[in-house]
Design a binder for this molecule. Structure first.
Ligand SMILES: C[S@@+](CC[C@H](N)C(=O)[O-])C[C@H]1O[C@@H](n2cnc3c(N)ncnc32)[C@H](O)[C@@H]1O
Length: 187
């Protein structure tokens, strides 16, 4: 990982720590939500995931991965690099059949995994350098497989995508107040 990615690991670990300290209650989901509100397409954009190998990249708490395993019979690997996000996920979904929660860098995982039928990411890609991520993704997707993801397009200040492939600082608000800076590829 490069310096920007390592800064993101630090930020997302602090983010998870804050939620562990506050014992934040997060409601169960009954659909995929690609944006910030429960609108737009749901699970259908992934195709039929029943019995298929699926990867959730940057899975956080793991609520969407758990939903796909629980409600749709998918065999989901969910990878996240933050130790505290992983801790929250295993505490909540560690015994969910069909769900494998993995702690680690997504790119390292993609480089050594068996190929997936479906890879998706909900607001995870922008924290990983695309020069590292995209080749690893291409190799990890089975022929005919499906890649679906959502990323930030315009930030809360109304700033749209960058015109170059470079990370830029963005704000990550913390539960209960305060904020962290993350480095995001919004391009
Ligand atoms: C905006 S959160 C999205 C979480 C989840 N997809 C959701 O929608 O609830 C981004 C997640 O990406 C993870 N992440 C950032 N860099 C990563 C990397 N290199 N490998 C794996 N996960 C990473 C963070 O730890 C964080 O949990």
């Amino acid at each position: 990982m490069n310096g920007e990615e390592l800064a993101n690991v630090t930020a997302w670990t602090a983010y998870g720590t804050r939620h562990l300290e506050r014992a934040t209650a997060v409601a169960e989901v009954d659909r995929l939500t690609w944006g910030f509100w429960p609108t737009g397409p749901g699970v259908e954009v992934l195709g039929d995931v029943t019995g298929r190998r699926v990867l959730d990249l940057g899975s956080g708490l793991g609520k969407y991965a758990a939903y796909l395993a629980r409600e749709h019979g998918a065999l989901v690997d969910a990878v996240d690099v933050s130790t505290t996000q992983h801790q929250r996920a295993t505490a909540r979904y560690g015994s969910q059949p069909g769900l494998n929660l993995i702690l680690g860098d997504a790119v390292e995982h993609l480089r050594q995994c068996e190929q997936y039928d479906v890879i998706y990411s909900i607001h995870g890609f922008a924290y990983v350098d695309p020069w590292r991520l995209l080749p690893a993704l291409a190799a990890a997707l089975a022929p005919g497989g499906r890649l679906v993801f959502s990323v930030l397009h315009t930030n809360s200040d109304g700033v749209g995508p960058s015109t170059t492939v470079a990370a830029r600082p963005e704000i990550l608000p913390l539960a209960g107040g305060g904020q962290l800076t993350v480095e995001m590829w919004v391009c």
